[in-house]
Design a protein around this ligand. Structure first.
Ligand SMILES: [Zn+2]
Ligand SMILES: [Zn+2]
Length: 374
């Protein structure tokens, strides 16, 4: 696989963001149309440089590109390079070249596309069980669809003219001291074109909002914060386009009893102190039924008993996590006279004394006394 973006910017695969940024500036200046008038080859290179930078400056896209190349980006919902905002980079360069630079730059790289992205985000709430076991979830998603009457331009009959505010550059320059800072023109939102009359169908927005009702398959084992990609359910930006990608962010409710930590599930099991002292068999409810737990004598409060493969099935590996029962000792709040009597008898049976650990306690007292008098 040829990773030509790195060659275009003349950098290596391991270079960091700073290096990429520097390389981009250098190459963009070298091939900039203002410096290479009527040079088709330079214009072509300038486009490629921008394309390379758009991918390599974005961690996500860069990762996909490294693994799958250009095709990966096209399959991954990043098809088309819809003109990222480079004004932050060219702000200070603008001051070197003056406004002509900004003008030339934005005019030549601009594409007439909709002013909204084809990617769409959606938040979906799931309860604990739905996330652990997966489910089918009916959703109703609102998406943007380009306005057919104005072809997403927002102008009446799609007729646009040069934006008077930025003179068609798409950028305006704000003088700050000695510097002219380039900004995306707020009147035409960087397109360089505006309309004298708005499209009536979309009120000049360029899109209409449509509702889409469908079912999403939630796989077993998803967790809070996971994002599901649903292709073909995003926004529709133009006539010859397909609908983009819908990114569904999952928000999972907590359960009252089960506490989830990744693929492991913790549950607190209250056990009466006499049961703990005697050692008993108890049944513990798990995600998929119940497990039998033989509590040994001498079990401590907060002691954990681990059941492998009784946790959540990992959404990627398919391996199940553990189920952990955490023992919580329960003591009676009140004792009847008979219970007190029985406990006293039990107590005495351990040492015969009313204070079986008296010896140890006295030792400690002596020690402290020794420290104080010293
Ligand atoms: Zn403008
Ligand atoms: Zn319209």
């Amino acid at each position: 696989m040829v990773l030509e973006y790195y060659d275009i910017l003349e950098i290596s695969v391991t270079d960091d963001k700073e290096v990429i940024k520097k390389a981009y500036r250098k190459m963009a200046l070298k091939y900039h149309p203002d410096r290479n008038p009527n040079d088709k080859e330079a214009e072509e290179m300038f486009k490629k440089v921008n394309e390379a930078y758009e991918v390599l400056s974005d961690d996500n896209k860069r990762e996909i590109y490294k693994k799958y190349g250009k095709e990966g980006l096209q399959n991954g919902g990043y098809s088309g390079f819809s003109g990222a905002d480079f004004s932050d980079l060219f702000g200070d360069l603008g001051s070197i070249f003056g406004s002509a630079f900004g003008g030339g730059f934005s005019q030549r790289t601009r594409k007439q596309t909709a002013t909204f992205s084809e990617d769409l985000e959606f938040m979906l709430n799931l309860n604990f069980k739905e996330a652990v076991f997966g489910c089918k979830k009916k959703v109703s998603v609102e998406y943007k669809s380009y306005c057919k009457d104005c072809n997403a331009t927002g102008a009446k009959d799609g007729k646009l003219q040069e934006c008077v505010h930025c003179k068609g550059r798409g950028q305006i320059f704000v003088q700050q001291g000695f510097m002219a800072i380039g900004q995306t023109c707020p009147h035409c939102r960087g397109s360089g074109q505006s309309s004298t009359e708005s499209c009536k169908s979309c009120k000049g927005q360029g899109f209409e909002i449509l509702q889409d009702d469908f079912e999403i398959d939630i796989p077993e084992g998803v967790d809070n914060g996971n994002i599901l990609r649903v292709s073909g359910r995003g926004n529709l930006v133009g006539k010859d386009k397909k609908r983009g990608t819908l990114y569904v962010q999952l928000a999972v409710e907590e359960d009252d009893h089960f506490i989830r930590d990744g693929d492991n599930i913790f549950v607190e099991v209250p056990v009466f102190f006499t049961s703990i002292a005697l050692g008993v068999n108890i049944k513990v409810p798990t995600l998929r039924g119940e497990v039998e737990l033989k509590l040994p004598q001498g079990t401590k409060d907060q002691e954990q008993f681990i059941f492998k493969n009784e946790g959540v099935r990992n959404v990627r590996s398919g391996r199940k996590g553990a189920f952990v029962a955490v023992i919580k000792t329960i003591y009676p709040k009140k004792l009847s006279e008979r219970q007190q009597e029985l406990l006293k008898q039990l107590h005495e049976s351990f040492g015969g004394e009313s204070e079986p650990h008296k010896g140890i306690f006295e030792n400690i007292c002596d020690k402290i006394k020794h420290w104080i008098t010293k």
